[in-house]
Design a protein around this ligand. Structure first.
Ligand code: ZN
Length: 108
């Protein structure tokens, strides 16, 4: 299965999208790096999880998160990383040298 990054929210259960938004706007996605088509990030919540997604030409072709969620195809952590295609305002710096950088509290 692959799907468009632009339209992923329509493909996922509403509660997962909502939780992903909460993680994203709560700055719980840290250390997002982008190496070509591969995005990797640490997502903090009750625990710290590693997310790895591959996005080719706007299509999400694979995703991985090491959390134990198995009630659906995609967890809230992966959803939160998808949302990083649009940094949430002034608290983020835009893509720079392939990195999306959080300006609050992170050394970069
Ligand atoms: Zn997860």
């Amino acid at each position: 299965m692959s799907f468009s990054l632009e339209k992923f929210e329509a493909r996922l259960p509403k509660d997962i999208v909502k939780k992903g938004h909460a993680y994203f706007t709560g700055f719980l996605v840290e250390d997002l790096t982008r190496d070509g088509d591969r995005w990797q990030a640490d997502v903090y919540g009750t625990s710290n999880y590693t997310v790895d997604v591959v996005i080719k030409e706007g299509e999400v072709v694979s995703w991985f998160c090491d959390c134990p969620y198995d009630w659906g195809p995609i967890c809230k952590h992966v959803t939160a990383v998808f949302l990083c295609k649009e940094p949430p305002g002034a608290s983020w710096k835009y893509w720079k040298n392939g990195l999306l950088i959080k300006t609050q509290g992170l050394i970069y």
